[in-house]
Ligand binder design. Structure first.
Ligand code: FMN
Length: 306
C-alpha cells in the first residue's frame, strides 16, 4: 500500500485528510473519534473571543448536489473551547488545527494569543465566512489590505504556523493569496463556502433557511475549489489545505494534483458518515497502487508539470 503521510508547515499527518472547520463540535471525545475513524487531522469550528449565538434554525439544508448552511459560526467562546480541547491535546494521535474568527480585526490577535497556550499544531484564520455578512459586513478575505493586516497581527501573537482561510467569492483570489503570503502566512486554506446562496419553498413561500441565505458546500463546489487551488498553487510558495466538495478518493487525488498538500473534508461527512475516511483513503490507495506510486507526496501539484 502506498504511503499517504504528508508534511504541512513542518507538521506530520498520517494521511492528507483533515476534518474541515465547523462540521463537528469541539468536544475532545468527538474529535478523537474522527481520528479513530481514519482522519489524518482535525480542524475545530471557528472559535470566537466571547460566546457567539449564530443564526436561528433551520440553519442547514442539503440534497445530493450541495449543502447550504447558515449556522452563523455559533460558539461558546475561546475559554470554553480551550477547556473542551484540553483532552484532545493530552490524548491526541493526530494534529489539531485551531480555527479562529473575529468580529473586529484586533480580536484575531487576542484569540491567537489565547489559543497559543493550548499549542495547537496549526492555527487556521477564518476571514472568509459568507453567512455572517448581515452581522459583520463583507468578509476581511475580500480585501487585500485587511487580509494582510490580520495575517500580520496573528503572526505577531503566536509561534504556531498560521494558515489563512480564503473565500472563493472574490474577483482577485490570487492577489489576495499573494498578499497573505507576503504578510507572513505559513499556509493557505482554499476554499470556504461559496455564495451566499438562497432557496425557497414554493408552496409555503418561505425560505429554506431562517437566515434566508447560506454558504454553499459539497459536490457542486468541487470544480470551483479545484480552480482556486490550481490558481493559488501557481502564484504562491506556501502549502495549501485544499477544501471544497471533496467526497471521493479520486477527487482528493485530483485536488492534490491541482496543488493541495492536505484535503479538508467537510460536507462529505454528511453523506457518508463514519465511513467517509476509510472510503476516501481506500480509493486513494487503490489508485496509487495501480499507478505504482509509493508516496502520495509525489502527486502534489502534478498537473503543473505538464
Ligand atoms: C455546517 C457547516 C459549518 C461550517 N462552519 C465553519 C466554521 O465554523 N469555520 C470555517 O472556517 N468554515 C466553516 N465551514 C466551511 C467548511 O469548513 C468548508 O470550507 C466548506 O464547507 C467547503 O468544504 P466542503 O464542501 O467539503 O464542506 C462550515 C461548513 C459547513 C457545511
Amino acid at each position: 500500500m502506498a504511503n499517504l503521510a504528508v508534511e504541512f508547515c513542518g507538521v506530520k499527518f498520517q494521511n492528507p485528510l483533515v476534518l474541515a472547520s465547523g462540521i463537528l463540535g469541539v468536544t475532545s471525545k468527538g474529535l478523537l473519534r474522527v481520528i479513530d475513524l481514519g482522519a489524518g487531522g482535525i480542524t475545530t469550528k471557528s472559535l470566537w473571543l466571547e460566546s457567539h449565538p449564530g443564526h436561528k434554525n433551520p440553519t442547514m439544508f442539503g440534497n445530493e448536489h450541495y449543502f447550504m448552511n447558515a449556522v452563523g459560526l455559533s460558539d461558546a467562546g475561546i475559554d470554553k473551547a480551550k477547556e473542551e480541547l484540553g483532552d484532545y491535546v493530552k490524548n491526541k494521535t493526530a494534529p489539531l488545527i485551531a480555527n479562529i474568527v473575529g468580529a473586529k480585526k484586533k480580536d484575531f490577535g487576542i484569540i491567537a494569543e489565547s489559543i497559543d497556550e493550548l499549542k495547537p499544531d496549526l492555527i487556521e484564520v477564518n476571514i472568509s465566512c459568507p453567512n455572517v455578512e448581515d452581522e459583520l459586513g463583507k468578509p476581511f478575505a475580500c480585501d487585500r489590505a485587511s487580509a494582510a493586516e490580520i495575517t500580520k497581527l496573528v503572526k505577531s501573537k503566536t509561534s504556531v504556523p498560521v494558515v489563512v482561510k480564503l473565500s472563493p467569492n472574490v474577483e482577485n483570489l490570487v492577489s489576495i493569496a499573494k498578499s497573505v503570503e507576503d504578510a507572513g502566512a505559513d499556509g493557505i486554506t482554499a476554499i470556504n463556502t461559496v455564495g451566499p446562496g438562497m432557496r425557497w419553498n414554493i408552496d409555503l413561500k418561505t425560505p429554506l433557511l431562517a437566515n434566508k441565505v447560506g454558504g454553499v458546500s459539497g459536490p457542486a463546489i468541487f470544480p470551483i475549489a479545484v480552480k482556486a487551488v490550481y490558481d493559488i498553487y501557481r502564484a504562491v510558495k506556501i502549502p495549501i489545505i485544499a477544501t471544497g466538495g471533496i467526497c471521493t478518493g479520486r477527487e482528493a487525488l485530483e485536488i492534490m494534483m491541482a496543488g493541495g498538500t492536505l484535503c479538508g473534508i467537510g460536507t462529505a461527512v454528511y453523506y457518508s458518515g463514519d465511513k467517509t475516511w476509510q472510503n476516501i483513503t481506500q480509493e486513494m490507495n487503490n489508485w496509487l497502487d495501480e499507478q505504482g506510486i509509493k508516496n502520495v507526496t509525489e502527486i502534489i501539484g502534478a498537473f503543473h508539470n505538464k
